[in-house]
Design a protein around this ligand. Sequence first.
Ligand code: HMG
Ligand code: MG
Length: 310
Amino acid sequence: MSNDMPSRVKIVEVGPRDGLQNEPQIVPAEIKIGLIDRLGDAGLTAIEATSFVSPKWVPRMADSAQVMAGIQRKHGVSYAVLVPNMKGLDGAIAAGASEIAVFAAATETFSQKNTNCTIAESFERFEPVVRTALEAGLTVRGYISVALACPYEGDVDPHAVVPVARRLYEMGCYEVSLGDTTGAGTPVRTQRLVEALARHVPANRLAGHFHDTFGQALANILASMQMGVAVFDSSISGLGGCPYSPGATGNVATEDVVYMLDGMGIETGVKMQQLLVASEYICDFLQRPTMSRAGRALLARRQRLAQPAA
Ligand code: HMG
Ligand code: MG
């Protein structure tokens, strides 16, 4: 292992947003609120709560103001919201958000499909959004979707990602999260991406956002940690996907990331037992088993231990 391996990792929980934006079932605001509160109880300090996007484009996030009004904000927890334009920023500020995330893409086709504009136009939109947000005292995170592979254009060259990352960082995003939206990325390609980007954006300002469609996410996290990245996005129970990335499944499950990092002696501040409470809460509502392998194994073990000895 490289000496660059972090002793502490920050987990950004994106389940309430990335997970539930793509959910076929309607999830009422009070369930989303219950989930976010339980995630806070588990010790997560960064929770992406919802998004202020067009409800015509993503109907599942139409209740963002209600969700933000209902959560019990814990001291020390950042409840970020996704924002695509000034209208979204106005909604976020009115809802009392203290952090927003803007999202760009590494390919033109994905940019059009996800935000109905070119990459250059997306930056024209972000300029006033980021400036106004920073002036209002909010922090701003940036995403790059399809940083490794695009559902429409195939594998993405790291050099195409560099200008997008630089621009987000120079604009004032304190962190740039690299979205493997399709989950097709593999560890060596992930390391090549981080290597190319780290010449322009410090590795400790990069985050990994790996969807687990091809089962590569934990390996990509490990590969990124070896390159000095110490922030990873994950989703409780592995919920989610992107409505504009057909076939992509959820982010890597938070339980799986915490299990791996606990086992490596890397601190996250997240308590597994409480995480399982949040996972059971949302899976009970959705009436389906968790997608987390570690979560399933731990729940099965708990059930075995609860059975009276024969
Ligand atoms: P557009 O249709 O070009 O925008 O969409 P528009 O300005 O013409 O507005 C269309 C309608 O939406 C108007 O309503 C606006 O008022 C309304 P109408 O006048 O027709 O009644 N509208 C809004 N309403 C509420 N909040 C807003 C807002 N903006 C416009 N903020 C737009 C352009 C960017 C708005 C649209 O494409 C959009 O909302 N896209 C968001 C798509 C999205 O949320 N995708 C999923 C999140 S990204 C993701 O999952 C990837 C990530 O996880 C990383 C990874 O995995 O790669 C982050
Ligand atoms: Mg995503």
